[in-house]
Ligand binder design. Structure first.
Ligand code: FE2
Length: 907
């Protein structure tokens, strides 16, 4: 028996029965061993498959989890001290080769699941089950370093952990193996599933007998020998271009350019699926049917947890399956208009009866009843009843004030764009040979009347002028964007920092390409604040055009539609490279892994239904079919190292260097909620990462000689972000500081930055007039019908300009789903297992990290209650909690809480 298992761990399945010769040798080896055998008691925790996975017939099998008892699941411990002196044999070129395999630890005897110890309820619906398991172990084999598990049952189960209870020398007699992995029936794998104990090792410090296993496991994950379409049980991490967004077989309108792999459309890589190319374009990958949500991602990257993931998947499915076609057909006919803001408010009191019976029955067909009830939220009679967005909770009109408009640039859902104005008038960086003069035409006389008595020159000198500048990002696309149904300007908004710390909008410039062609420069109009009459209405519209730009930018760039280029898309290559190049026992893998949870899965879902051709993004955000192209063009200027918060703030000129402060910067807008809370969190992450890395890396040389770190970094740069690999800003990864800064940035992006731009979506944009995603017509000119309408009713004019009703419904349905916290969220400063490492010092450092986040939580509450800090709550009275870590919260509340920093980009 031992012989067979050894061979399989090495991924070489013996093809014949054992020869008499090898049997004798095996017995010989056995006899040489010391026979002092001890019993090791263990506990193995498994989870049955998703309770709500209705459509999967295998699920019912796993409900009977006792079927795992008996000999259906076997486990072997692997020695860390004694080499395997057995004989490895395999056929090669028809000859039998045999030789001792001394590179790997000896295997213990097979053990099986015994009694069902207990059911552990860990979340709303996930039930974990613990089984006892007893190992016969030869004492001279020392502590086990790993174990092998084989599943001879007919379906998969989720293996959480194995704990050995009474092992002499283990911490408190316990040795922990944290697994968190789906175990499919053995015939699905070429190699046995191996799990290592929770001890971290740098590659050079790995015990000799573990090295080969460590390397083999990485090879498995790279899937070097795996071709063709990847299957559900595969664990392969590899890179691919974004070539699965279009559907060229449906016709040229549904084709989209391949993003990634070219100078024209550079893009970060996504996870490979291995699906076949399309018929009409060999460079594009074929897509799955929309109803099929089983897009390949490595198995353990798929939501391991229950209810919420299903809810998300079904919700996305229902919205895209039912609402999208509905909207498509209705948009061609008469579009229903909201007649007044009161009309819009009805969305939240359930009095809009939008969907007809046909729509409801279509929905019922595609989603399980339990899900349907949650989505519809009542008896199905009335379809749309949305929760009241925070922005309306205290007042129905505060959102329209200039103060709130400006405040949301510091504390809203996209607080990462505003910058300090250094030159007046604002300049463009667009190529003047191609785009002509694109500089701003705003002059002193436009803004000085609104500047509380300060001159432009004084305000510049005192660092009081700021700008929300979307001009350069938008202008090159406007001709194409405006050839669709949307009518969009490129905008610049100028703001003054006032004595009380709030920002005051001074002017909004709306620009279009020159009618005679782009090279003739831009044609601009400038609007300034006004409260009453037609001017007041026009000013509200100007703010709406600026908000449309900011929504598009937020969705595409800060949040790649509801998916940030700067978070979702740029993180995926780090996940792929980490799994391919860093062993699970590598300390940096252990550090980063929690920050990668669910990201590949949500990104895959997004490619499937949100950012694809004709998907939700194209239907709800103004750049329409050019959306992803624009996102690619912004990626050209993406700088990983500038994502470090202090650097980002310096680059935008909203902070200056200050060696006396902890973060090295001083904010020029002191009451900038995102930046104030963000800097505290940045520092806490950096301290934690520094302490952790310094435990394993005593000097720079340890980083230079860490073979896994070096291959990880090379591959991340040359493959994962291959299109921009030659940029000079890439850290060289030769020093410990490089490693610390890099890991801090990765954790910052995946946790806090994502939370800041994700979970405020529904609170602020759930009421679309506050954050319109589309403008349908240009600013009315005097003498036109539209102008008369505008004179007669501000609300009608406003609502006829911004996102129409059905798109609004689609948009807010999606952002509601995507603004929700999961019921099993793991927040920054929390880990899914207390035994994630065996090293005490890192565990202590992690506790300190949690404590510092708790302090930050209290600081945030205190600041939100400080009436002097006007930007913390603003006219709408929403306290800034988007960067409230929620580390102390284990209630697993979930939903639209508007607070909490999950460890990873999980939605
Ligand atoms: Fe997100």
């Amino acid at each position: 028996m031992i012989h067979t298992h050894i061979a399989e761990i090495l991924c070489v399945k013996p093809k014949t029965k054992k020869t008499k010769k090898t049997k004798t040798m095996e017995e010989d080896v056995k006899n040489k061993k010391t026979k002092k055998t001890m019993k090791i008691e263990g506990e193995i925790v498994v989870m049955k498959k998703n309770l709500l996975d209705f459509k999967d017939t295998m699920a019912s099998l796993l409900d009977r989890i006792h079927e795992l008892l008996g000999r259906r699941v076997s486990l072997h411990l692997i020695s860390s001290l004694q080499p395997d002196l057995g004989i490895r044999s395999f056929f090669y070129s028809t000859r039998l080769h045999t030789y001792p395999n001394e590179k790997r630890g000896r295997l213990g005897k097979a053990a099986h699941l015994e009694k069902w110890v207990t059911k552990i309820k860990t979340s709303v619906t996930a039930e974990e089950t613990a089984f006892g398991v007893t190992f016969d172990w030869d004492e001279s084999m020392g502590p086990p370093a790993a174990f092998v598990i084989k599943n001879h049952h007919r379906s998969q189960f989720y293996l959480k952990s194995l704990t050995l209870r009474n092992f002499p020398g283990g911490e408190g007699g316990a040795i922990h193996f944290v697994c968190n992995s789906w175990i499919y029936p053995s015939h699905r794998y070429r190699c046995d599933r191996v799990f290592f104990s929770n001890q971290a090792y740098l590659p050079s410090e790995t015990p000799e007998l573990v090295k080969e296993l460590r390397e083999q496991e990485l090879k498995n994950l790279r899937g070097e020998e795996k071709g063709g379409e990847l299957k559900e049980w595969d664990r392969v991490y590899d890179y691919a271009y974004y070539n699965d967004l279009g559907a060229p077989d449906k016709g040229p309108d549904s084709a989209r350019p391949v993003l990634g792999g070219s100078l024209e459309f550079p893009y970060p890589r996504r996870g490979k699926t291995g699906r076949k190319p399309t018929k009409s374009d060999p460079k594009s990958e074929s897509r799955l049917a929309l109803l099929n949500l089983n897009i390949y991602v490595p198995r353990d990257e798929r939501f391991s947890h229950v209810k919420f993931s299903d809810f998300l998947a079904y919700a996305l499915k229902s919205v895209t399956q039912v609402l999208v076609p509905e909207i498509a057909s209705l948009c061609d006919k008469t579009i229903n208009e909201f007649d007044s803001f009161e009309d819009v408010f009805h969305l939240y009191d359930g009095s809009i009866k939008l969907a007809n019976g046909h729509t409801i029955s279509k929905l019922r067909d595609i989603i399980p009843w339990e899900m349907f009830r949650e989505l519809v939220r009542n008896d199905g009679e009335r379809f749309m009843k949305f929760p009241l967005p925070d922005v309306l909770k205290q007042s129905r009109s505060a959102w329209r004030t200039d103060e709130e408009f400006a405040r949301e640039m510091l504390a809203g859902l996209n607080p990462v764009v505003i910058s300090r104005l250094k030159d007046f008038p604002p300049k463009s960086n667009l190529d003047s040979a191609k785009y002509g003069n694109q500089n701003s035409s705003i002059r002193e006389e436009h803004i000085e009347p609104h500047m509380n008595g300060t001159s432009v020159q004084e305000a510049l000198e005192q660092n009081k002028l700021f700008i929300l500048d979307h001009h350069d990002a938008l202008m090159p696309y406007l001709t194409r964007i405006n050839s669709t149904n949307t009518k969009t300007y490129a905008t610049r908004t100028l703001l003054l920092l006032q004595e009380d710390g709030t920002l005051k909008p001074l002017a909004i410039e709306l620009s279009l390409p020159h009618a005679q062609g782009e090279s003739h420069g831009s044609v601009s109009k400038i609007f300034t604040p006004s409260e009453k009459g037609v001017e007041g209405t026009i000013w509200q519209l100007a703010k709406a055009y600026a908000a449309v730009n900011d929504s598009g930018y937020h969705q595409l760039i800060s949040h790649w539609y509801v998916f940030e280029l700067q978070t979702h898309a740029v993180i995926e290559p780090f996940i792929i490279a980490s799994n391919r190049q860093l062993s699970v026992v590598h300390p940096i893998y252990k550090l980063l892994h929690p920050h990668f949870r669910d990201t590949m899965n949500i990104n895959a879902l997004a490619r499937h239904v949100l950012i694809n051709s004709d998907g939700v993004l194209e239907r709800t955000v103004f750049p329409s079919r050019y959306a992803m192209e624009m996102s690619s063009s912004i990626y050209k200027s993406w700088v990983f190292t500038d994502q470090a918060l202090p650097k980002d703030l310096l680059k935008r000129g909203v902070a200056v260097e200050d060696p006396s402060s902890d973060n090295g910067v001083k904010l020029l807008i002191e009451d900038y909620p995102f930046a104030v809370d963000g800097l505290e969190i940045w520092s806490a992450i950096k301290t934690w990462v520094t302490e952790y890395c310094s435990f394993y890396y005593k000097n720079d040389r340890t980083v230079q000689t860490d073979t896994e770190i070096q291959s990880w970094w090379t591959e991340l740069r040359t493959e994962g972000h291959g299109d921009i690999q030659h940029e000079s800003w890439w850290p060289s990864m030769q020093t410990r500081d490089d490693l610390i800064e890099t890991c801090t940035i990765i954790i910052w992006i995946a946790s806090a930055l994502h939370a800041a731009v994700n979970f405020g979506q529904y609170p602020y944009a759930g009421f679309l007039p506050n954050r319109p995603t589309v403008s349908r017509r240009f600013m009315p000119e005097p003498g036109t019908k539209e102008y008369t309408e505008l004179e007669e009713s501000e609300e009608v004019a406003f609502l006829k300009t911004i996102t129409p009703q059905l798109q609004t419904l689609l948009g807010i349905s999606i952002i509601e789903i995507l603004s929700m916290h999961s019921t099993d969220e793991i927040y920054l400063g929390q880990r899914d297992s207390p035994n994630w490492t065996a090293d005490d010092e890192p565990l202590e450092a992690f506790k300190r990290f949690g404590k510092s986040l708790e302090v930050i939580e209290n600081n945030i509450i205190r600041r939100n209650n400080d009436k002097r800090l006007k930007n913390r709550t603003g006219p709408v009275n929403i306290p800034y909690t988007l960067l409230y870590p929620n580390t102390t919260d284990y209630t697993r509340e979930g939903g639209l809480t508007g607070k909490g920093i999950p460890n990873s980009v999980s939605i």
